[in-house]
Design a protein around this ligand. Structure first.
Ligand SMILES: Nc1ncnc2c1ncn2[C@@H]1O[C@H](COP(=O)(O)OP(=O)(O)O)[C@@H](O)[C@H]1O
Ligand SMILES: [Mg+2]
Length: 358
């Protein structure tokens, strides 16, 4: 039998659990003329939630990951590429008749995939307006769904791009936008700060970890049925206690546990064994990460093994230095701030603990 746990890429169908409330809510936003703003730390399941929700929505979808976009012109090219994937060129001609700057469109002779480019130095605002308006005009009765993953990247692309995008996107009536982001601070700055062009642009949906009872059921059902139910429950509890219900790390650990069970068939200490194998397999990356850190980062990470609050007091390092270290660790995704500061990766936390105990 194949390992029934999946991590690292989008999960859907039988691999997807819970989130019924969030799915229903997102669905309702898409069935209305509103836009959705989806916020959670990395690997909590944003992309999976969107894919799972869109599975039963019979509408055209255009999705672009902003991390893969390097300029506003490249963004327009990506939008056209996706557009020509949905609409064959012959049928799309009338959408293009209004364009002020017409792109060069060709098709990859091997894959047949569309390729789009612009003459250098064309006016970026006109290019973007044209591209977005083609999408708007193609929407019609069944609104088009446009998904931007890692949306805060637009702030790094070009100065003023957020203002331009907002001015274009706010006019649209035939598109539902889903804007996602993993950098919570940045998402809040973009969507919740009054001065930001995207202030209150869409309905915010915050994704939390998966509730323990649901995740436990999911794991118990998938562990080998040759094990007693009590034993499976025990293993699931141990897994969730370690991962604190983090969607990605839970699936990763469950995957490893399933593998170890096949190897040994012995349930005693199985979760511990799986954890130490995962920690060991990341030793090289964790060492490199640790070496790249300064003294303050290391001190903060050591302290946060036992404490949830930042160790501001009784320290030889000024509080302001500690505060900026915490901020850096959050923005690089090593820590998560949710009232308290916590490790994102429980295996890295374990690795640091082992280091401290040497
Ligand atoms: N609803 C879910 N049920 C089970 N596992 C999930 C769920 N959502 C996410 N995961 C786990 O988390 C991993 C990361 O999910 P992903 O959708 O890529 O997150 P994000 O887009 O927030 O980074 C998935 O590969 C899967 O292992
Ligand atoms: Mg994602």
């Amino acid at each position: 039998m194949d390992n029934p746990f999946k991590f690292g890429s989008i999960v859907e169908g039988p691999y997807f659990t819970d989130r019924s409330r969030e799915r229903a809510f997102l669905r309702q936003v898409l069935d209305s003329p509103n836009h959705a703003v989806l916020i959670s730390p990395r690997r909590y399941g944003k992309s999976s939630l969107v894919v799972e929700t869109l599975r039963d929505v019979k509408r055209d979808v255009i999705a672009v990951n902003m991390q893969a976009v390097t300029s506003s012109t490249k963004l327009a090219e990506a939008l056209y590429r996706k557009f020509f994937t949905l609409h064959p060129l012959e049928k799309a001609r009338h959408f293009l008749s209004e364009l002020r700057i017409v792109p060069t469109v060709s098709f990859n002779p091997v894959s047949g995939a569309p390729e789009v480019s612009f003459v250098p130095d064309s006016d970026r605002q006109v290019i973007l307006e044209d591209a977005f308006n083609v999408l708007e005009n193609s929407g019609g009765k069944k609104r088009l769904i446009v998904v931007f993953d890692e949306f805060p990247e637009i702030l790094q692309l070009e100065k003023g791009l957020d203002k331009i995008l907002r001015s274009i996107m706010q006019e649209h009536k035939n598109i539902n936008y889903i804007l996602m982001g993993s950098q919570e601070e940045m998402m809040k700055i973009i969507f919740l700060r009054k001065k930001s062009p995207f202030y209150h642009f869409g309905v915010p949906i915050h994704l939390d970890k998966i509730p323990a009872p649901d995740f436990k059921d999911y794991i118990v059902q998938r562990l080998p049925s040759t094990l007693q139910e009590e034993s499976r429950c025990h293993i699931a509890d141990d897994i969730l206690a370690f991962t604190d219900c983090h969607p990605y790390y839970t699936q990763q650990l469950a995957f490893q546990v399933w593998f170890e069970l096949q190897q040994t068939g012995n349930v005693s200490g199985i979760v511990e064994t799986a954890i130490s194998h995962i920690v060991q397999s990341h030793d090289f990356d964790y060492s490199r990460l640790w070496e790249s850190m300064n003294k303050t980062n290391r001190m903060v990470l050591m302290k946060l093994i036992d404490e949830d609050t930042p160790p501001m007091e009784n320290s030889e390092i000024p509080a302001s230095t500690i505060f900026s270290a915490l901020k850096r660790l959050v923005s690089s995704g090593i820590l998560i701030k949710n009232g308290k500061y916590r490790y994102d990766d429980p295996f890295f936390k374990k690795w640091v603990l082992q280091l401290r105990n040497i």
